[in-house]
Design a protein around this ligand. Structure first.
Ligand SMILES: [Zn+2]
Length: 543
């Protein structure tokens, strides 16, 4: 690999320190030295001219599901859009689901949800976290990957009770499994409380899990039980905003267990939830004042990925596939669904197809439900149901009206610019279909739109959140800043042009602008904005 001199750029070291004009000298997979402009420079095997550009540490995606792609042979191709937006490290194992530990007998229940996160099925040739790390390291990851252990995965692997309260013996086995996984290198523990089995877990169980993480000084990241004013996880008779209740419950669990808490994708789903944003941020501030080490993370878009069946009530899902043909069930569903949309503040136009999941229906990818209804000459309700049925519930969707909409992004902006907010993509990447724009544009959009255009964040502050502060959150010691001895994960970008290329109509978002070069463990993996075909240069990061 040898030596590389990155010359004459604006160095932003990731610690929040003011930028300075300088050069970076890389040797093999490490940063050898950082020079100010007037220092004498050493000879090097290669020189990169960074004139007019910022030299920063590689970005860290705080919330990725890339662990579900890694076991797959083509993962480098699917993940290259992350490198092209400057990301060198993924923090995975989110929303309660990690691909390890696993038990053969319960892979079915695990994959009920996890198959959504996979591009193609793969074989589980591991059971423990240690085996997963060893095998992925041997195969070579395309990016650096840290992984949390998922609460759902632990339960499926260690308890026979699939959901609801476990026996004391099962709980003990689960807690031992968490402890072992954290010792084997998992960087934290995640909960997916809006999904099975997390949604049915008593708060005492969550607290017991949190205490194990706290004992190992590892953070807990949480997909809250409710992310909107009304959610199926609480009784409809509970009239106050459900997302506020979910947040309060989790803050209390975290306080009781004294754990470092990271609130994942801090979003407000549906128009009627937006007005709760300031109260939720105040609650986080208040908890912080009371001594809880709590932070949040968010993506810079007013849409997010989920499935076609996400808004369908449980009673209807339980009738499937028969329910699709029952006139009575469909009638009740339509009433409830459209009433629910009104309560949450959704309209059919908010639902856009990413991947229809049906062979021959690729032309639907990128379309909104009313467009499909028009194409098929049926009602939007029937169009949604037909798509659900034909895809077996597997159609991947982009839901809009998350924390705002074009023209009204105030709730989103209040989150992104909050002092305690770090950045994430939460993207579900596939080798086909209409890509979530967060997959190509998250980090460039923050630097272009919120730093340069709107001046809502300082450049050094934004970079610190994307690098040093994110690394610190997960105890990643050798990355996230530019200093001698740190890993040579580097992004070189033009601060005057960096931006995402948004999606227009049915067409997906394009490659970002302004990312010139990316180095991953000293390998030049993005040249002039394009990922190059390289050996997989990532590392498994063990906590
Ligand atoms: Zn989630």
């Amino acid at each position: 690999m040898g030596t590389i001199l990155i010359k004459s750029g604006k160095v932003i070291d990731g610690t929040g320190k003011t930028a300075f004009d300088g050069h970076l000298f890389l040797k093999d997979d490490k940063i050898e030295s950082v020079f100010q402009t007037d220092d004498a420079l050493p000879e090097s095997d290669a020189v990169i001219d960074a004139k007019g550009c910022v030299i920063a540490p590689g970005f860290i995606d705080m919330h990725s599901h890339g662990d579900w792609l890694l076991p797959q042979e083509n993962h480098q191709e699917v993940l290259k859009c992350m490198l092209e937006q400057g990301v060198t490290t993924l923090v995975t194992g989110n929303c309660g689901y990690s691909p390890a530990p696993v038990k053969k007998e319960t892979i079915g229940p695990l994959e009920n949800f996890a198959s959504l996160l996979m591009d193609k099925p793969f074989e589980y040739t591991w059971t423990s976290v240690a085996e997963f790390f060893d095998q992925m390291e041997d195969r070579g990851p395309a990016l650096n990957m840290a992984m949390q252990i998922g609460h759902a995965s632990v339960r499926y692997a260690a308890a026979d009770t699939l959901h609801g309260a476990m026996t004391p013996g099962e709980l003990k086995t689960c807690l031992d499994t968490v402890e072992r996984a954290l010792d084997e290198g998992a960087c934290g523990l995640s909960f997916g409380l809006g999904y099975d089995p997390g949604m049915y877990s008593p708060l005492e169980e969550l607290e017991a899990f949190c205490k194990v993480a706290a004992g190992k000084d590892k953070p807990v990241t949480v997909h809250l039980k409710a992310l909107s004013r009304i959610s199926p996880c609480y009784p409809i008779t509970y009239l106050k905003p459900h997302n506020i209740r979910a947040l309060r419950e989790m803050l209390e669990v975290a306080k009781r267990s004294n754990v470092r808490l990271q609130l994942s994708h801090f979003i407000f789903v549906g128009r009627n939830s937006w007005s709760t944003a300031s109260e939720c941020l105040d609650m986080v501030d208040q908890a912080r004042k009371e001594g809880l080490d709590v932070m949040i993370d968010a993506f810079p878009y007013t849409c997010g990925n989920t499935t076609i069946n996400a808004p369908l009530p449980y009673w209807f899902l339980a009738t499937l596939p028969k329910g699709y043909d029952s006139k009575l069930a469909r009638m009740r569903l339509r009433l409830e669904l459209e009433f629910g949309f009104r309560l949450v503040g959704f309209i059919y136009k908010d639902f856009q197809v990413m991947d229809s999941g049906v062979a021959g229906w690729e032309d639907l990818n990128g379309l909104r439900i009313p467009d499909i209804a028009e194409k098929w000459n049926i009602s939007p309700f029937n169009a949604m149901l037909r798509l659900s049925r034909m895809s077996g519930g597997g159609a991947l969707m982009l839901f809009h009206a998350y924390s705002g909409e074009p023209g009204n992004e105030q709730p989103l902006e209040s989150v992104l610019t909050h002092d305690l907010c770090l950045f994430e993509t939460d993207v579900i990447l596939k080798s086909k279909g209409h890509l979530n724009p967060a997959g190509t544009g998250t980090f460039p959009r923050i630097l272009g739109k919120y730093v340069r255009e709107k001046k809502m964040l300082g450049l050094e502050d934004a970079i610190n959140r994307m690098t040093g502060a994110s690394a610190e959150r997960f105890g990643i010691k050798d990355r996230g800043s530019l200093s001698p001895g740190k890993a040579a994960d580097i992004v070189i970008f033009d601060p005057e042009t960096i931006s995402d290329t948004p999606s227009v109509g049915q067409a997906p978002a394009g490659r970002p602008k302004g990312i010139a070069h990316v180095f991953l463990n000293g390998f030049h993996v993005v040249k002039d904005g394009l990922a190059v075909d390289r050996p997989r240069a990532g590392r498994m990061i063990r906590g």
